[in-house]
Ligand binder design. Structure first.
Ligand code: G3I
Length: 350
């Protein structure tokens, strides 16, 4: 009766979930404890939130999530140590507002990573060290972030080295989205290979897994896992959700968004269950190289996608609804009343 997802998958990999304070203190808390054996803080360890000014750290929420996980004997994935997004403005500027030098920025990065990783040493078993550093366009390689503008590509290797020094036992990951799209996959492989060749301490790659009913195809997912595994590193699915709203075709071109929330119909429930079953079939087939699968949020009651037009190809920027429009994505295994969905039964019955 008390059986949860984690129990169905005990011979495969930990089943994780991204959480925030509302999730661990509200009605979803009991469900989290019953179903999952790993947590990732959705936002509360990101640089801008945990380190808002040079001499100030905000540990309260991150600590609360770590305590919750320990109380429930769950693993913890740290997310993340370096990202272009949710990075604090002070990090890149001196007191006159000018961009700092590479030397100053790397010293600040080292201080940040050392402080955060040491605080949770022995508690956080895996870190997303660098998040989304590869560019989305086929003719570019690394994203032109402030990290890149100031440091060139060195910041990536340095981040891994600092994290490894601070906790030699933590598993260190590079994490990215659209990591199954062949051209981006190949750029991610190029980055991973350059790190591995340079003996940088990296253990694995996070495939985020923000997917839809039709994209990416199962073949693309398998190909990507094969390519990453061929580099000799581990793979985790770090941010899985499958929106029912996106109509984006597999090639990423052309979008036919549903402009309003048209609900969660029995037909969508069936399609989503089939889709979840097919991706979990892949994860199970690859259990030797996949060492974790984490969902991005707990239940359809709250998904980060809901305020992003349900995940309609980037919302307003791509011609979908404006960023703040709520279009529910229904992307998870539990419904708005926290009950198990058809998709839940589809991934537990093989
Ligand atoms: O904290 C402020 C709050 O004070 C304010 O009142 C409110 C008003 O909008 O905003 C709050 O900040 C929001 C923050 O989440 C915390 O809730 C930001 O606006 C919002 O942009 C931010 O979104 C997060 C997003 O990362 C930022 O890009 C999502 O919750 C989070 O799920 C999402 O997670 C990312 C992963 O870290 C990396 N991969 C992609 C994934 C989805 O975008």
């Amino acid at each position: 009766a008390g059986k949860g997802l984690k129990d169905y998958y005990k011979n495969y990999f930990p089943i994780g979930v991204a959480v925030n304070m509302a999730a661990i203190s509200g009605p979803q808390a009991a469900l989290i404890g019953r179903e999952f054996n790993s947590v990732t803080p959705e936002n509360d360890m990101k640089m801008g939130l945990i380190h808002p000014s040079e001499h100030q750290y905000n540990w309260t929420k991150a600590d609360a999530i770590v305590e919750f996980a320990q109380l429930h004997h769950m693993k913890i994935r740290g997310h993340n140590l370096l990202w272009h997004n949710q990075a604090p403005a002070w990090m890149f500027r001196d007191s006159s507002g000018n961009l700092v030098t590479k030397q100053v920025l790397l010293q600040r990065l080292k201080d940040h990573i050392t402080t955060v990783v040491k605080r949770y040493k022995g508690k956080i078993y895996a870190w997303d060290v660098v998040n989304e550093a590869v560019d989305d366009s086929a003719d570019k390689y690394l994203r032109n972030s402030l990290w890149y503008q100031i440091c060139g590509e060195d910041f990536i290797a340095k981040a891994f080295e600092y994290a490894h020094e601070a906790d030699p036992d933590a598993q260190l990951f590079y994490n990215d989205y659209n990591s199954e799209i062949p051209s981006k996959r190949d750029r991610i492989c190029r980055l991973l290979k350059s790190l591995i060749d340079a003996k940088v301490p990296i253990d694995g790659v996070g495939m985020q897994g923000h997917w839809s009913l039709i994209s990416p195809t199962p073949a693309r997912i398998r190909e990507a896992i094969d390519k990453y595994a061929a580099l000799g590193i581990r793979i985790q699915i770090t941010e899985l959700d499958i929106t029912v709203r996106s109509k984006q075709p597999a090639n990423g071109a052309g979008v036919a968004p549903l402009p309003v929330d048209s609900g969660y119909t029995p037909q969508l429930a069936q399609q989503q269950a089939d889709r979840y079953q097919s991706v979990f079939k892949i994860f199970r087939d690859y259990k030797k190289v996949i060492t974790g699968v984490t969902f991005w949020n707990v239940s359809d009651r709250y998904s980060w996608l809901d305020s992003r037009g349900g995940g309609l190809a980037g919302g307003a920027a791509a011609g979908g609804p404006a960023g703040k429009t709520i279009v529910k994505a229904y992307p998870l295994l539990f419904d708005v009343n926290l009950q198990r969905k058809q998709a839940y039964w589809a991934v537990t019955r093989f």
